[in-house]
Design a protein. Structure first.
Ligand code: ATP
Ligand code: MG
Length: 655
């Protein structure tokens, strides 16, 4: 970004008040902001009492060695006890914790009492494999109940887990096993993906031939797909159904220090080499439990919660495992893709389980928009009462579509901004309090301090843009980058003194509400103006023919950078339609002003995305500037890039 502040071009006037009934019964009301403002640490100390501590903490925050925080440092607790056992002790053993829906249609409902037995057996199995508190366990599993059970079993015995998304290659797995120096890997023969079994175990076998992975003593294998030809390393590999099923279902959880490591998780890799983010126990669970209660207004007796993320991402850690289970929720866990075997699968699941709260990502919402309104319309979605979004800025048009076609124009939509590094939600509307604005995450949650600053670390005025920063430590903050304190300092704490630099651009609107504008690295410099990718993409998506857009700045002799847009059209639009590109350019010009008009617009069939579904703009920049592509290893499908490159001549002719 140049020394000029980030332009504020997009005007969005639509407003949605919280439904009266929801507001009247909301878990958290406007008063929480006041209380937290008056005594931030007191507020978090109060939230820590949501948990059961073996030793109650007397200190809240130790910030004597910034930016290395300690929260609730003299408290002791067990995370798995908090997520499972205490609910059973409170008489809720018969409540369903997880409704599992396999992609092939197999189902399993697991009560809290059953979950307690499963987690205890798995904990006993890990102990039999020699896992001790502090040892790292890598988990490479599909979205099956054993993934949740494994995570809780690790937490129960104090062994930090490191989940590796099941779609990653042997290379990515090996790097992560090595970086964390894992002792055990938990995997499966395979999982179901788009109607077919897809093997996982061969990637583990291959990863374990790589140097640096020698400390893995055991591989625990869940039988999911039943493939016959599975390679087996005697003495190292052991079946889950042999080892875990043979264990006692009794295990007494032991308490650990609040700062005991809970997990390492690598960021999605949108911007480059993934970072091993370290999270600990007491502060993490406090904020995750509180935010899940506040942002989703969870009523554990009646709600059915569904977060569609993979457990391999932070969203899955915090809002499939630790948030919902610490709050005693009933939730859905779905193994597969949204379009298997048909494009209405998700809506069928909402109808089947009576899902009341749905938490998903803009990429999925835009895919549903592309597939057409008629698909969700075939299902009864009337149980839904709150919709959430996370992962990327949500374009206002996608937000409105989500509310209208999934939420019957009735449910609040909460756009939640956070990162692997923040551990939990930081900026979001509260469904019973905030008048929502499509496309904006709006306000820091009670107890969270976030703002937007310029190059000189000065807070920008309302109506201006700059860098998103967090100005006070928060309980679920990362503690460091695993094994690399210096990178932790350099990446997050050196850009601005005493402030956490999130790497995202943002603006404050006239009311002081925060709008996320994409990554700072992606900001375009056009004729002396900093223009955000998000605003131009949102303007494109607001055209009725466009479902999805990715925008990058490509070097240009006249304007420093020229805006180059890649668009996916909605179902019935024709990419070869005469005048289409001019029509889209004019539309952006009208929405945002002439400065934001893309110089080139290229209709494409697909966009390069990370495996968590985020658009990878740096690769599109390589394409737009005719460079060799950078690292594509975290990409879902690298053939997308070949396809886009082959279409490029059309783009140049628009110059
Ligand atoms: P890497 O750090 O390796 O590049 P990543 O940033 O994609 O990967 P995550 O931690 O999964 O890894 O994603 C956090 C980022 O996602 C945020 O910094 C932000 O750019 C984006 N993001 C998440 N939620 C929102 C949201 N509600 N609005 C706008 N952006 C969001
Ligand atoms: Mg990041």
């Amino acid at each position: 970004m140049s020394n000029e502040s980030l332009a504020n071009l997009l005007k969005e006037e639509r407003r949605f008040a919280p439904p009266a009934g929801l507001a009247a019964e909301a878990n958290v009301t406007a008063e929480a902001y006041e209380r937290a403002k008056a005594d931030r640490l007191g507020f978090w100390a109060e939230q820590a009492r949501r948990l059961s501590w073996e030793t109650e903490p007397t200190e809240t925050l130790d910030w004597s060695n910034p930016p290395f925080a300690k929260w609730f440092a003299d408290g002791r607790l067990n995370v798995a006890y908090n997520c499972v056992d205490r609910h059973v002790e409170n008489g809720l053993g018969d409540r369903v914790a997880i409704h599992f829906e396999g992609e092939p249609g197999d189902t399993r409902s697991i009560t809290y009492a059953e979950l307690q037995r499963e987690v205890s057996k798995a904990a006993n199995a890990l102990i039999e494999l020699g896992v001790q508190a502090g040892d790292r366990v890598a988990i490479y599993l599909p979205m099956i109940p054993e993934a949740v059970v494994s995570m809780l079993a690790c937490a129960r015995i104090g062994a930090p887990h490191s989940l590796v998304f099941g779609g990653f290659s042997a290379d990515a797995l090996a790097t992560r096993i090595k970086d964390a120096d894992a002792r055990v890997v938990i995997t499966a023969d395979g999982g179901y993906r788009r109607g077919k079994p897809s093997a996982l175990k061969p990637a583990v076998d291959e990863a374990l031939t790589r140097p640096g992975t020698e400390n893995v003593r055991s591989v625990l294998v869940v039988r999911r797909t039943g493939q016959e030809d599975i390679a087996w390393s005697e003495g190292r590999d052991v079946w889950w159904h042999d080892l875990v099923e043979a264990q006692s279902d009794q295990h007494t959880p032991q308490a650990f220090d609040a700062e005991h490591p809970l997990f390492i998780l690598y960021t999605s890799g949108t911007t480059g080499k993934p970072k091993g983010i370290l999270h600990t126990t007491g502060g993490y669970l406090t904020q995750i439990s509180y935010t899940h209660h506040a942002v989703f207004d969870l009523k554990p007796e009646t709600d059915v919660f569904w977060c569609t993320a993979d457990v391999g991402w932070v969203t899955g850690h915090s809002y499939i495992v630790y948030g919902p289970l610490s709050n005693g929720a009933t939730e859905v866990l779905y193994e597969g893709t949204p379009d298997s075997p048909h494009q209405g699968r998700w809506w069928e699941i909402v109808q089947k389980y009576g899902v009341t709260i749905l938490y998903t990502a803009p990429t999925a919402i835009r895919a549903a928009m592309k597939w057409g309104d008629d698909i969700p319309a075939k299902f009864d979605l009337s149980s839904l009462r709150i919709l959430g979004s996370v992962g990327e800025p949500i374009n206002p048009e996608a937000w409105v579509w989500y509310r209208k076609h999934i939420g019957a124009d009735r449910t609040p939509v909460v756009d939640t901004w956070w990162q692997t590094e923040t551990g939990g939600i930081m900026i979001s509307p509260l469904p019973g309090v905030t008048e929502t604005k499509p496309g904006s995450a709006q306000v820091p949650l009670p107890g969270i301090a976030a703002t937007v600053v310029d190059d000189d670390a000065r807070e920008v005025a309302n109506g201006s843009g700059g860098y998103l920063v967090l100005t006070e430590p928060w309980p679920s903050m990362l503690r460091t980058i695993w094994g690399d304190d210096q990178r932790y300092l350099d990446t997050y704490w050196s850009r601005f003194e005493h402030k956490y630099f999130a790497g995202d651009g943002a603006k404050k609107d006239d009311d002081g509400d925060i709008w996320l504008l994409g990554r700072v690295d992606d900001v375009m410099l056009v004729s002396g103006h900093n223009i955000s990718t998000t605003e131009v993409e949102s303007a494109l998506v607001s055209h009725p023919k466009v479902a999805e857009a990715a925008v990058v700045g490509a070097t240009d002799p006249q304007t420093t950078q020229a805006i180059c847009a890649f668009v996916i059209l909605r179902g019935d639009a024709d990419a070869h339609e005469e005048g289409l590109v001019e029509e889209l350019r004019a539309h952006v010009g009208k929405q945002l002003g002439p400065i934001a008009k893309p110089k080139r617009i290229l209709p494409v069939a697909e966009l390069p995305k990370t495996r968590s579904g985020k658009i990878m703009r740096r690769l599109l920049r390589d394409v737009a500037e005719n460079r060799t592509l950078g690292d594509v290893t975290t990409l879902t499908d690298s053939s997308v890039m070949t396809l886009i490159q082959s279409q490029l001549p059309t783009a140049s002719s628009e110059d």
